[in-house]
Design a protein around this ligand. Structure first.
Ligand SMILES: [Fe+2]
Ligand SMILES: [Fe+2]
Length: 170
C-alpha cells in the first residue's frame, strides 16, 4: 500500500515547487507540505477502503490532494481577500505550471473548498478529497497535540522508499 502511494507521490514530493510548501505554516504548527501529505495519504487510504464499492482513481487522488493547496503566502496575514473562496484557483494555476493535470485532478483542486464554494465536485475523488481536507483541517485545530506522529512516520517511510527506488521524474 505504501509503495503504491509513494510511487505516485514521490515525483511530486521531489519537485522544488511542492517542496517550497514546507516553508509555510498552514494550521497550528503544521506546514502546508505536511498538511497536503496528510490529506493525500488519508484520502488514498479511504479510497482504497471503499474500492470494492466505488472504483476511484488513486493516482488522481494522490496528485490532486498533494497539489490542492499549492499557494505561497501566509494565509492568516497576507494574500488575497476572501482567501477561502479564491485559493483553489491560485493552487490550480500553480499546479498547471508543474504538471499536466487530468480532469479529475483539476476537479479535485478546484472543488476542494466545497461546500464553501458553491459548485459541487464532479467526481467521487474530488468529493472525497474535499471531505478529507475538512476533516484534516478540523483535526489540526481541535486535537491539542503536536502533529509529529503522522509526519514522523510519513517522513520515515518516504526516506526509506526514496532509498530503495529509482524515482521517475513527473
Ligand atoms: Fe485549501
Ligand atoms: Fe487543504
Amino acid at each position: 500500500m505504501e509503495n503504491e502511494f509513494f510511487q505516485t507521490a514521490a515525483p511530486l514530493l521531489k519537485n522544488p515547487t511542492v517542496q517550497a510548501l514546507s516553508l509555510y505554516n498552514h494550521h497550528r504548527g503544521k506546514t502546508r507540505l505536511e498538511h497536503v501529505q496528510d490529506v493525500a495519504w488519508t484520502s488514498f487510504l479511504i479510497g482504497k477502503r471503499f474500492s470494492k464499492k466505488i472504483v476511484m482513481d488513486s493516482r488522481a487522488i494522490i496528485r490532486g490532494a498533494l497539489l490542492h493547496d499549492l499557494f505561497f503566502y501566509d494565509w492568516l496575514r497576507e494574500g488575497p481577500r476572501f482567501h477561502g473562496l479564491r485559493h483553489h484557483n491560485i493552487a490550480l494555476k500553480n499546479a498547471r505550471k508543474i504538471i499536466s493535470l487530468s480532469k479529475i485532478e483539476e476537479d479535485i483542486i478546484k472543488k476542494h473548498m466545497w461546500p464553501l464554494t458553491v459548485i459541487p465536485p464532479l467526481y467521487p475523488e474530488s468529493f472525497l478529497v474535499a471531505m478529507v481536507d475538512t476533516y484534516c483541517s478540523t483535526k489540526d485545530y481541535i486535537v491539542y497535540r503536536k502533529p509529529e506522529s503522522f509526519n514522523e512516520k510519513y517522513n520515515l517511510s518516504f526516506t526509506k522508499y526514496m532509498k530503495k527506488t529509482d524515482i521517475q521524474d513527473i
